[in-house]
Design a protein around this ligand. Sequence first.
Ligand code: AMP
Length: 287
Amino acid sequence: MIRIALPNKGRLAEDARELLQRAGLELEFRGERALQATLGTNLLALFVRAADIPEFVADGAADLGITGRDLVEESARPVDTLLDLGFGRCRLAVAVRDESTAREITQLTPGIRVATAFPRLTERFFREQGCPATLVPVTGAAEITPLLGVADAVVDLVATGSTLRMNGLRELATILDSTALLIARPGILAEPERSRPVTELADALESVLRAQDKRYLMTNIPRRAIPELRRILPGLNGPTVVDVLDGTDLVAAHAVVDRRDLDRVIAELKSLGAVGILVTKIERLLP
Ligand code: AMP
C-alpha cells in the first residue's frame, strides 16, 4: 500500500477529496475514528493536520501528501513536488494597519513586531528586505493582533482580502503565492515497487485537472464551412469531422474547446450555419 497523507479538515480537505473522487478514487473509511481510509486498490489515506503533512512525508511516515505550498515552504522539509493541484489558492502577505504611511517593506521600522503563524518564511523575508522583524508567533487569527496592540504588522494567508479589510489592515507585500501540491517522499520515484502506482496517481490527477477547464463541443455544420472550422475549433489535433447520414449537406464536427472560449466559438459557429450544438464536460484529458 502507498500511504498518502490528506488534510483532515478545512477547505483543502474538501477539495482534495473531491479531486480524488473525480479521478475515480473513492474513500472507504476504516474504523470509527475515520483516521484512515482505503483509496482505490493500492492507496491508504491518512488524515492529519495539513501543517504536519510535509513533516510526515519527509520522514517517510507517508509516501505522498496533499497540502498547501505555504506549509511545505514553512516546514523547510525536503519533499518532492509532483504536481500543482491548483486549488487552495491564496497568498502569504504582509499587512499593516490602514493608517500606516508605509508603502513598502523598506519604509517599516527595523525590529517591527510581526504576528504570524509562518515564522520561518516571515523572518527570512524581512531579513532579505533589509528590515529585520521581531516575531510574535501565533497559531492563527494573526489579523486581530494589531488591534490588540501586540503587533504592528501581520503575515497571514489572504484569499479575497476581506479578513484583512474587516480588521483595518492593508496589504503591503506578497511573500509567497500558494496552491495545494501533491508532494512525495524524496526518492520514491526511483523505487521499483512504488514508482508505478505513484506515477499512475499523479497522471490520473493531472488528467482530471487538465480536463476541468475544457469542454467537448459537437455541432452539425454545412460542409462548405469546413475550411473555417480549423481556425474556430483548433481542438487538440484539429476538429474531427464526420459525415451525417441525413441526406443533407451537413457534417458533424467535434473538438475540445477551452471553457473560456465557448461563447465566442458558439457565436462563430452559428454565424457559419451550425445547428444542434452540444457541449459536455470532460472527465479526463490525456494529450
Ligand atoms: P480572505 O478573507 O478571503 O482573504 O481569507 C483569509 C482568511 O482565510 C485567513 O484567515 C486565512 O488564514 C484563511 N485562508 C485563506 N485561504 C487559505 C488557504 N488556502 N489555506 C488556509 N487558510 C486560508
